[in-house]
Design a protein around this ligand. Structure first.
Ligand SMILES: [Zn+2]
Length: 136
């Protein structure tokens, strides 16, 4: 259940605000961790962004972003970090800064934005690779 990799990312480099990125051996170990540490019980995601409430963010740790060793795409990373970015915005600017009204089915606006961005990131990175353009 322990991550095999762990590092920090900063939404505003130079400030202490941060998310921790944890990479697990398998989805099973990621789900087990998410359930025991965060009480998160869904088991149908390839990656998970878990955010602390605004009042718990005093230590400047905004949350954790969980991945596994397999199946990670640029788009998936982008998707989860868009969720993380929205949480950072809410923490810094208040809940009203981000519109999270339902917008069709069970999807929030944030979810639709994250899906759209991840799709386009995957398309872009595939085109870059096809054309031999290196992403650094
Ligand atoms: Zn999402």
């Amino acid at each position: 259940m322990r991550p095999v990799h762990r590092f920090r990312v900063y939404p505003n480099p130079g400030t202490p605000w941060r998310f921790e990125v944890l990479i697990f051996e398998s989805q099973a170990s990621m789900y087990k961790y998410a359930a025991s540490k965060w009480g998160y019980t869904a088991t149908d995601y390839h990656a998970i962004c878990l955010s602390t409430s605004t009042s718990e963010s005093k230590g400047r740790k905004l949350g954790e972003v969980l991945f596994t060793l397999r199946g990670v795409t640029h788009g998936l990373i982008g998707h989860e970090l868009i969720h993380a970015s929205h949480h950072f915005l809410q923490t810094r600017c208040g809940k009203d800064a981000v519109v999270i009204n339902s917008c069709g089915g069970s999807h929030t606006t944030e979810e639709i934005v994250a899906h759209a961005a991840s799709s386009m990131i995957n398309q872009c990175t595939a085109e870059f690779a096809k054309r031999g353009v290196q992403i650094v």
